[in-house]
Design a protein around this ligand. Structure first.
Ligand code: PHE
Length: 341
């Protein structure tokens, strides 16, 4: 087929006609007395006599195609008035509900906690989940072969030098202290790993959020007031906190923090085993050993740190009784959080 014919054929096929005016334009351009097809018939004179028949057939086919298209649209527009063309579906029907995703309850809880601390000047720091021994243990005053290491059953990836899945977010404290100068006021949220059997209350993967505050003259009173402010913002102005003496190698003194949720509701009694108190995390004043390990002047600066389990807090907030629900990806569970943020 001659390229001229081929081009016109493609044009006709692709020509869009959406109203009577455009249909008339189409007719004039291709089929009319001065149209392109007529012009192409002029080629008959230019080709050798033995090719004429073939060319004639092609041109006639082209003409028929254009006429068929013209007719088709002509019929289509015949009964057309100036009424707007309605879509072929009923716009008044209710919409088909769209299933939008939502935030995971762990993310929702994390965001709520971050918002509360942001209001008092905390920023966010992140660290890797695959850590070295220095950041997870040694700089935090867990000496080699010290029994404190065994409190956190660790997943090692490599031995000598030790590379491991971080057992807590306190490793980020070290990274921050190594790279920044006080004043420091930062939060480190993230995933942590411990070699624990999975049950309703424990999982080998969970989330923590760490807080670190370092400046001149930071005291235990600041720590206590910060945690009280946090607990009341999150759980309500009625809650109280208490601190029980505890031990962490990287804080001195150290404490465990409990929140008093009360014993009024059945859920609170169950969650707190009838006492009204529930542990939410650990805390303490940064041990001078840690400052020294990270190159911060322990004479000039003091600070506090705290660490909390996100799952634990989400369980309190949403009265979730089994930790495994967070990782099972059951849509019936996750859907309940879509409207909470
Ligand atoms: N890292 C500790 C844990 O995982 C919690 C903690 C953080 C305690 C900061 C004191 C200060 O148990």
């Amino acid at each position: 087929m001659l390229p001229e014919i081929e081009n016109v054929k493609a044009e006709i096929i692709n020509y869009t006609i959406s109203n009577k005016k455009e249909l008339e334009e189409f007719r004039i351009k291709y089929i009319g007395q001065k149209g392109l097809i007529k012009e192409l018939f002029g080629l008959m004179k230019t080709v050798a006599p033995q090719q004429r028949k073939e060319l004639g057939l092609q041109l006639n086919a082209l003409k028929e195609m254009a006429e068929a298209k013209f007719k088709e649209y002509q019929e289509r527009f015949e009964n057309q008035t100036n009424e707007p063309i309605l879509p072929p579906y009923d716009l008044t029907l209710p919409v088909i509900p769209d299933s939008l995703g939502g935030l995971h309850p762990i993310s929702i809880t994390l965001n709520r906690i971050i918002r509360i601390f942001r209001n008092i000047g905390f920023d966010i720091s992140e660290g890797p989940e695959i850590e070295d021994d220095w950041h997870n243990f040694t700089a935090l005053n867990f000496p080699h072969n010290h029994p404190a290491r065994e409190m956190q059953d660790t997943f090692f990836i490599e031995k000598n030098p030790d590379i491991l899945l971080r057992t807590h977010t306190s490793s980020v404290q070290v990274r921050v202290l190594e790279s920044k100068h006080p004043p420091i006021r930062t939060l480190s949220p993230g995933r942590v790993y411990r070699n624990e059997a999975i049950s309703a209350r424990a999982h080998c993967i969970f989330h923590q959020i760490e807080g670190l505050f370092v400046d001149k003259n930071v005291s235990f009173a600041d720590l206590k007031q910060t945690l009280l402010y946090f607990a009341q913002e999150l759980f309500g102005k009625h809650v109280k906190i208490r601190m029980r003496p505890s031990f962490f190698p990287f804080t001195e003194p150290s404490a465990e923090v409990d929140v008093f949720l009360g014993t009024e509701t059945e859920a609170d009694r169950k969650l707190t085993k009838g006492t009204g108190w529930l542990e939410i995390g650990g805390c303490g004043m940064v041990d001078p050993y840690v400052f020294k390990a990270c190159g911060i002047d322990a004479e000039t600066y003091t600070g506090f740190a705290f660490g909390m389990g996100i799952e634990r807090i989400a369980m309190i907030l949403y009265q979730i009784k089994d930790l495994r629900l967070f990782t099972e990806n059951d849509i019936r569970f996750l859907k309940q959080f879509i409207r909470i943020s």
